[in-house]
Design a protein around this ligand. Structure first.
Ligand SMILES: CC(=O)N[C@H]1[C@@H](OP(=O)(O)OP(=O)(O)OC[C@H]2O[C@@H](n3ccc(=O)[nH]c3=O)[C@H](O)[C@@H]2O)O[C@H](CO)[C@@H](O)[C@@H]1O[C@H](C)C(=O)N[C@@H](C)C(=O)N[C@H](CCC(=O)O)C(=O)O
Ligand SMILES: Nc1ncnc2c1ncn2[C@@H]1O[C@H](COP(=O)(O)OP(=O)(O)OP(=O)(O)O)[C@@H](O)[C@H]1O
Length: 482
């Protein structure tokens, strides 16, 4: 593609003598550069792409785009205001704006993005649509499954996935990191969903208001007639819906009060059944997945499927057959009659939902096993502990991913937190698999053991039992393997 087309819509000065240069590919990592590539230099969190410009040139780059003042390069240098933003625009131009020809759905919020996207994918596919999914667990395009490094991939990866997708509809989880790093630049959406907001990622966003504003920015990527679907049973959702209405964006609000477009009535928690009304029309959603949070996720997916044009009865029938998502309130029944739940909860609100759901479903005693991730928001730890000490009967603090935090430092902070906030209900057992073993061996019929934080993920550390995930550990112990 000629440089002038590649840089279309980018406010950058291009000298006439280079406008017709043919660019064979784009890279944001110098290692990926080949002959006649355009290299976009990005100031990152760990390194600075501008330091790799020489490397990119050696590998064959013919144009560099960057945001720093750089002089005397042997090849053309184009300065832009923001390299990450420029990368999105360039990648979208290079792949011929793939989001324009698809029904694009973006889902944001602290919790529920993955679950809602899987419910929606299930409904759409059950009703004859083809669907790509880009998110935390994996990326699925044309029915092929690819590993996912980020919930929202870099704009270069994203545009390539969209270009390769022959599916009619694309469901994307949009993280706040993805938004603040312009990973969705160059994409426009038909529907944007907001699930909820809870304290999370304040190591990155600093304040809840900043976190909220970042989430809000997703809605500026709506297509001209794009519509919003917002859960307003959450202060942040209510605020977001008001802001969107001020911007004349059509909002399909969901919530328990009368002023919602989709009003929730008659919540039958025990049977996961909910009555929804819209303009005097009433439907009953009945789902096999349990928990109040999942009722909301299901309702959000229902509204989106309806807006896409699927008949109510067909949506309702599909919902009844949804099998759940790996590591999201995944229930394992033990030989002794106790129940184990493996769940990805890592915010106070998510933990609250898991614990209260367990109680509502008849847990006699709840043992909660969890830890805290290294290099992630530490300010949420106290709130999670407060919820656990209020709603569980006992809890075990254990190790989650350490990332770059030394093991002794993490164990020490678990003891400190336990001493300060455990309400005499907590113990510390650093080895995650030993904690699970202890809880299972001390359980009886009708007890529930809730293991949160890792969900579908595999362990990053080795523990004493040679298993790789919470689910595997539970099955290993329950099957009596030594
Ligand atoms: C902190 C953070 O968000 N980092 C993201 C960021 O990386 P970065 O730009 O800082 O990378 P860097 O290593 O500093 O490198 C800077 C530049 O130098 C270039 N480089 C580097 C080396 C070299 O030899 N040559 C070269 O050109 C790199 O390609 C890059 O362009 O941009 C990358 C591309 O988009 C992301 O993959 C990466 O996500 C990392 C892996 C990450 O863990 N991010 C987490 C925090 C995250 O984004 N999480 C959210 C979900 C959160 C949630 O809801 O749970 C997500 O969407 O995944
Ligand atoms: N609507 C919801 N409200 C509150 N908590 C929820 C909701 N949906 C799911 N959860 C809780 O959050 C956990 C993560 O759910 P899910 O993976 O669907 O969210 P996510 O937004 O994709 O999370 P992440 O960004 O961390 O990948 C679940 O395991 C559950 O404990």
């Amino acid at each position: 593609m000629e440089l002038k087309h590649l840089l279309n819509a980018l406010k950058a000065e291009i000298k006439p003598e280079i406008a017709n240069l043919t660019i064979k590919g784009i890279a944001d990592n110098s290692v990926d550069v080949s002959k006649d590539y355009l290299f976009v230099a990005i100031k990152g969190f760990k390194s600075n792409g501008h330091d790799f410009i020489d490397d990119a040139i050696k590998r064959g780059a013919c144009v560099i785009v960057g945001e720093m003042d750089i002089v005397s390069l042997p090849i053309p240098y184009i300065k832009v205001a923001n390299s990450r933003r420029a990368l999105g625009i360039i990648a979208s131009n290079f792949y011929h704006h793939p989001s324009k020809s698809k029904i694009m759905i973006g889902i944001t919020g602290t919790n529920g993005k993955t679950t809602t996207s899987y419910i929606l994918k299930h409904i759409l596919e059950s009703n004859g649509h083809t669907c790509s999914l880009i998110g935390t667990i994996q990326n699925i395009v044309n029915g092929e499954v690819y590993d996912s490094k980020n919930t929202t991939p870099s704009s270069l990866v994203l545009q390539k996935l969209l270009f390769e997708s022959k599916d009619e509809i694309v469901i994307m989880e949009v993280s706040s990191h993805g938004l603040s790093q312009f990973r969705i630049e160059g994409i426009t959406f038909d529907y944007c969903l907001f699930t909820n907001l809870d304290q999370e990622h304040l190591d990155y966003h600093k304040t809840m208001e900043e976190y909220f504003q970042t989430k809000l920015s997703l809605f500026s990527y709506l297509k001209k007639n794009g519509q919003a679907i917002v859960n307003t049973d959450n202060v942040w959702g209510k605020k977001l819906a008001e802001k969107l209405k001020d911007k004349n964006i059509y909002v399909h609000s969901l919530g328990q009060s009368e002023d919602n477009k989709f009003q929730i009535l008659d919540l039958d928690f025990e049977n996961s059944v909910v009555q929804l009304t819209e303009d005097n029309e009433s439907v009953q959603l009945s789902s096999p997945i349990i928990g109040l949070h999942n009722i909301y996720n299901t309702a959000m997916a229902y509204i989106t499927a309806k807006l896409i044009g699927i008949e109510n009865d067909n949506i309702l029938n599909s919902i009844k057959l949804f099998q759940g998502v790996k590591g999201r309130f995944e229930i394992l029944k033990l030989h002794n009659g106790a129940t184990v739940v493996v769940d990805y909860a890592h915010t106070a609100d998510a933990v609250f939902h898991c614990l209260t759901t367990s109680k509502k479903y008849g847990a006699k005693k709840i043992t909660h096993i969890f830890g805290f991730r290294g290099d992630r928001d530490e300010s949420k730890r106290q709130r999670i502990l407060a919820v656990s000490s209020e709603f569980s009967d006992e809890f075990i603090l254990t190790l989650d991913d350490l990332n770059s935090v030394p093991i002794n430092e993490m164990i020490e902070s678990l003891y400190k937190l336990n001493n300060h906030y455990a309400n005499n209900k907590g113990i510390v057992m650093p080895d995650r698999t030993s904690a699970i073993k202890w809880a299972i061996e001390n359980s009886e019929q009708d007890d529930w053991i809730l293991i949160t934080g890792k969900g579908h993920e595999i362990y990053k550390q080795n523990f004493s039992i040679p298993t790789t995930s919470d689910t595997e550990t539970v099955l290993y112990i329950d099957n009596g393997e030594k």
